[in-house]
Design a protein around this ligand. Structure first.
Ligand SMILES: [Cu+2]
Length: 414
């Protein structure tokens, strides 16, 4: 009976170990980023990404591409999300399929966190070097401390070639050229295997005798002291002393081999220079905004006043990276991702040019399946159903001005 109990206990232990190990190594391929599951208000009221350009659709291993554009930090930032006082310009990709060779806000290299101001617009650029072949959805992204990753639009990019040929050469501050992809990899494998083996040896030493139930019985019977022999104590001391000696000796040799090391650089960069956007001479008042659930359309009642000296027309409404265009005014020539582009999604009740000095009341409808596909319509179930977005007006010369809108959104189910 005792023997069977022991066997069961041992088997359970081994099974537990195998399961835990398997869980560590099981990494299924992610096919999406959850960009659609990020709360709609986060995508609409935090960062507005526009004028985006993915420099390539297809790129070979070791070659580079850039993603550039502008990001507008929305002034009506939600109270529930921390402000981008500590933010990091990132890229949303499924793992290290590219390496980020550099990123810039304005002309400033930003390898660290930055502080961004609400209401400002910044230009940005991220330089990527292709590492792993495949089709990857490449998003813009800003990580905000206390706010999480705020994801921008994604576009599919194909990486061709073989990963084996990827190199990441780097000149260290001491003048040595290394390949960061394989640098000291043998050492990393060795130390992982080494400590793993010691850990397993420690577990095997204690698990090779009756465990769990017999031990529990002994402890319950007040004979816990008899479970640990003098030999066990010696082995325990040997493990403890051995571990300390190994750490001390190898740390010494490592310091000797690499006398100059600098810590990973962190810290916050302030004073990012925003881009000067043309002064908006158009003012927009949102009198009313509603979302019609069956029609997948948002309707805005706007009062537009043109205080400038040239006539303007509304060309685009952009929210949460979805662009609704009036095809008569604006056509997209930048190769913006199809699923986020409603080329004829914007209807304006009267979109004839608004003359200088004129004030006009218009009904604007932004309709597209993207409201549902990108789960923006979920907004209507929020306790604070507000939408926000950018309106782009164009004059006859094609000059553009950007106006923010931010207003409550009332759903209609009929
Ligand atoms: Cu994606």
């Amino acid at each position: 009976m005792k023997l069977i109990k022991d066997k069961v206990a041992k088997l359970s232990f081994v099974a537990l170990l195998v399961t835990m190990t398997a869980a560590i190594f099981y990494t299924p391929t992610a096919s999406a980023h959850g960009e659609k599951s990020q709360a709609a208000f986060m995508r609409m009221r935090t960062i507005h990404w526009f004028d985006l350009d993915w420099s390539k659709d297809e790129v070979a291993i070791n070659e580079t591409m850039t993603i550039s554009g502008k990001l507008h930090v929305f002034a009506g930032w939600p109270e529930t999300v921390d402000k981008p006082e500590v933010a990091f310009l990132n890229i949303g990709i499924p793992g290290p399929v590219f390496i980020r060779a550099g990123s810039w806000i304005g002309d400033q290299l930003v390898p660290r966190s930055v502080s961004l101001e609400l209401g400002e617009t910044y230009t940005f650029k991220v330089l990527l070097k292709a590492r792993r072949p495949g089709d990857w959805h490449v998003h813009t992204m800003l990580n905000v401390e206390g706010g999480g990753p705020i994801i921008g639009p994604g576009k599919w990019v194909t990486v061709t070639g073989s990963m084996g040929s990827f190199v990441n050469p780097l000149v260290t501050l001491t003048g040595e050229t290394i390949d960061l992809e394989t640098y000291a990899l043998d050492n990393i494998y060795f130390w992982h295997a080494f400590w793993y083996a010691i850990g397993v040896a420690w577990m095997v030493f204690w698990a090779k005798r009756p465990i769990f139930i017999p031990r529990h019985l002994a402890v319950a019977a007040g004979k816990a002291d008899t479970l640990i022999s003098a030999g066990d104590k010696k082995v325990g001391v040997a493990f403890a002393v051995g571990t300390m000696v190994i750490v001390a000796v190898t740390m010494g040799t490592t310091n000797e081999k690499y006398p100059v090391t600098t810590p990973l650089q962190a810290g916050l960069m302030r004073g990012m220079v925003p881009v000067e956007m043309p002064e908006a001479t158009v003012t927009v008042v949102v009198n009313d905004a509603s979302y019609r659930v069956p029609g997948r359309a948002m309707q805005m009642d706007l009062t537009i006043t043109n205080n400038g000296d040239s006539a303007v027309r509304l060309g685009e409404f952009m929210t949460a990276s979805v662009r609704f265009l009036d095809a008569d005014v604006l056509e997209d020539e930048t190769g913006y991702p199809d699923d986020l582009l409603a080329e004829e999604g914007l209807t304006v009740s009267d979109n004839s040019p608004i003359a200088p000095g004129e004030t006009r009341n218009v009904e604007v409808t932004a309709s597209d399946a993207a409201w549902e596909v990108y789960r923006l319509a979920d907004l209507i179930y929020d306790p604070d159903s507000r939408f926000a977005g950018l309106l782009f007006f164009y004059n006859e010369e094609g000059e553009r001005q950007m106006v923010m809108v931010d207003a409550p959104l009332i759903p209609s189910f009929i």
